[in-house]
Ligand binder design. Structure first.
Ligand code: FAD
Ligand code: NAP
Length: 557
């Protein structure tokens, strides 16, 4: 139909298949049309490469297309959680709140797609099912669930770190007669829970954002919590004219700072240890940052993620806050995170989360003590009780970082699949490429700062690096680039070494793959810091792509 036609590329060499125009060959195929895929397309087109984006969703936006649950917002400040590549875009777009809502971020990404005329090269409602490397021709053959079969010299995975939603395999999962929802696949028309009994399973960022809002609608809300999580107040508010003006004037400086600091975010980072100051001073600092709101609490001291004793001081502070907010001491105790150091699971940012447990219509169910045994036609049964509900919300997260990649049948040299290669955990060089998989790039892949950073910053850095790389290959008439096994081994070792020097491995987090039964326990992101990492990537490129093997075409180009 018209929508479909609008999504077909307007590039020169094309054929017509079954009424749908298709080109068969591109310089690059990009999989995913979120923050990463959109910018990758823009960059490659700007360099004169032909590119096609395939996106499974019916619209662009990635995370912000799929996650429409009540309360969904960014937890990195809107001004920072945006593209920096276009001064004009930055000047014309006005964020309204400190932390933008999902609809506002989706509007922003739609504006970007319109402004840079990206849509003609994006094919929606098309899931890539397979990508196979053709060793003779140094190119990839990409297949989709709609019958497309195209070839591309380069294949760029912009499939997202948090796009493969996961519902636990509960006994009786499909027997429930009411409605079920996953936060990462929320209905576009929204859901009105007014008058309903609702179960929310999961208290990660998605649960913590949605629970306070669902509680205001539901007649009764049961929150099924396995691991209590740390959450800090967002202190969200409309952006003041002064803040907007300051950003407009100084954004170049701020953006440059964001590229060099450890998390790609501009919160103030103290240079003191939590253990070198007096308890009063420590308390004042934590309190100041709690009032400021957002993840800046993590910048209170230098050693919070490397020293358990230092970390304990922040943990105690948040515990005291929870005890102060939640009136029922027994409920407050259940909400105290004790099983992992603060920040070793993603620190959540909320609006009224803990206070929600003061409501008469909210019950906290501790499913660590009394696990969920099964989903029944009328609700859920734990080892302790039966809960009758009208709707179940799964806020149970994602098969993070590797899920979306391994869901595609990706075959590199000798027919080896990425899934096989990563059977004991992901292995990459710089989180960008994988030995044995030439010309395949992974934007924010495992082994890069990705989810431990402001993703907008990390995505732009990867996209720019990949764009420069392709330009370099073209200039030097090289047909293929591939990470060497030695460079990959050294990088994996470095990623592990840096990760093991922190407290992160102590948590059963999705960073560690611990949320997916059977997934290897490996700390997947790189915690060396956004600035340090960027420098390494730039050095590698400056040395003619050190650690990569470059080769000219096996066939005439
Ligand atoms: P995505 O936005 O996930 O896009 C990937 C796209 O690829 C998806 O649309 C998916 O449908 C598509 N895709 C996957 N596989 C296939 C396939 N086989 N075929 C075709 N298409 C495919 N990060 C921050 O830095 N700050 C935040 O505040 C923040 N908030 C978040 C809130 C939520 C609710 C979630 C889930 C994540 C949040 N993140 C945040 C992380 C967020 O995922 C990134 O910031 C960013 O949006 C990722 O962009 P992306 O383009 O890499 O991936
Ligand atoms: P998540 O952090 O993985 O949380 C999933 C929750 O479901 C956890 O509480 C988990 O408990 C629980 N759970 C999973 N399986 C369960 C089971 N079988 N039984 C009981 N409970 C179970 O997922 P998420 O909340 O969707 O967030 C994922 C990431 O997306 C975040 O960490 C963040 O990076 C991003 N995000 C950001 C925002 C934002 O504020 N901007 C909002 C949403 C998401 P356990 O902890 O015990 O495993």
């Amino acid at each position: 139909m018209a929508k479909e036609a609008a999504n077909v590329s307007d590039t020169p060499s094309r054929s017509v298949t079954g009424g749908r125009e298709t080109t068969n060959s591109f310089d690059a195929v990009i999989i995913g049309a979120g923050f990463a895929g959109l910018y990758m397309l823009h960059r490659l087109r700007g360099l004169g490469f032909s590119a096609r984006v395939y996106e499974a969703g019916a619209g662009i936006g990635g995370t912000w297309y799929w996650n429409r649950y009540p309360g969904a917002r960014c937890d990195v400040e809107s001004l920072e959680y945006s593209y920096s590549f276009s001064k004009e875009l930055e000047q014309e777009w006005q964020w309204t709140e400190r932390y933008a809502t999902q609809p506002e971020i989706l509007r922003y990404l739609s504006h970007v797609a319109e402004r840079f005329d990206l849509k003609p090269d994006i094919q929606l409602q098309t899931r890539v099912t397979a990508a196979t490397f053709d060793e003779a021709a140094d190119c990839w053959t990409i297949q989709t669930d709609r019958g497309d079969r195209v070839s591309a010299q380069f294949c760029v995975m912009a499939t997202g770190c948090l796009s493969a939603a996961k519902i636990p395999d509960y006994k009786g999962r499909d027997s429930f007669h009411g409605e079920t929802y996953h936060t990462g696949h929320w209905p576009h028309e929204g859901v009105d829970f007014t008058g309903q009994k609702v179960a929310v399973i999961g208290t990660g960022s998605s649960g913590i954002q949605s629970i306070p809002i669902i509680a205001t609608q539901a007649s009764h809300l049961f929150v099924f919590q396995r691991t209590p999580n740390f959450s800090v107040p967002a202190n969200n508010a409309p952006l003041s004219p002064g803040a907007k003006q300051d950003w407009q004037v100084n954004s170049a400086v701020y953006r440059q700072q964001a590229r060099t600091v450890p998390f790609g975010m501009l919160f103030e980072q103290s240079e003191k240890s939590a253990l070198e100051v007096t308890p009063d001073e420590r308390q004042r600092e934590y309190e100041r940052r709690w009032q400021l709101g957002g993840v800046c609490l993590l910048g209170s001291f230098t050693d919070l993620i490397v020293n358990k004793e230092a970390n304990d001081t922040a943990t105690e502070f948040v515990h005291s806050k929870i005890r102060g907010i939640v009136r029922d001491p027994a409920v407050a105790e259940k909400l105290l995170p004790r099983s992992h150091p603060i920040a070793t699971k993603r620190l959540c940012v909320d609006t009224d989360y803990y206070a929600t447990f003061n409501r008469d219509n909210v019950t906290l169910v501790d499913v660590l003590a009394t696990p969920i045994e099964e989903i029944t036609p009328t609700g859920l049964r734990t080892t302790d009780a039966e809960y009758t509900v009208d709707s179940i919300v799964f806020a149970t997260g994602f098969d993070a970082m590797t899920g979306a990649l391994c869901n595609i049948d990706i075959r590199g040299r000798d027919g080896v699949t990425l899934k096989q290669k990563w059977a004991e955990g992901p292995r990459t060089y710089l989180g960008i490429m994988v030995a044995g998989f030439p010309n395949l790039f992974t934007i924010t892949g495992p082994g890069s700062p990705s989810v431990l950073s402001n993703m907008a910053v990390s995505i732009e850095q990867h996209v720019d690096w990949i764009a420069h790389c392709l330009e370099y290959l073209r200039q030097h008439q090289e047909a293929a680039i591939e990470a060497t096994v030695d460079a990959e081994n050294a990088w994996v070792e470095h990623v592990n070494e840096v990760g093991n020097a922190t407290l992160f491995p102590l948590a059963n987090s999705w960073y560690m793959g611990a949320n997916i039964p059977g997934k290897p326990r490996v700390f997947m992101p790189y915690i060396g810091g956004v600035g340090v990492y960027r420098q390494k990537c730039e050095e590698v490129a400056a040395k003619g792509y050190q650690g990569f093997a470059l080769s000219s075409s096996a066939v005439a180009s």
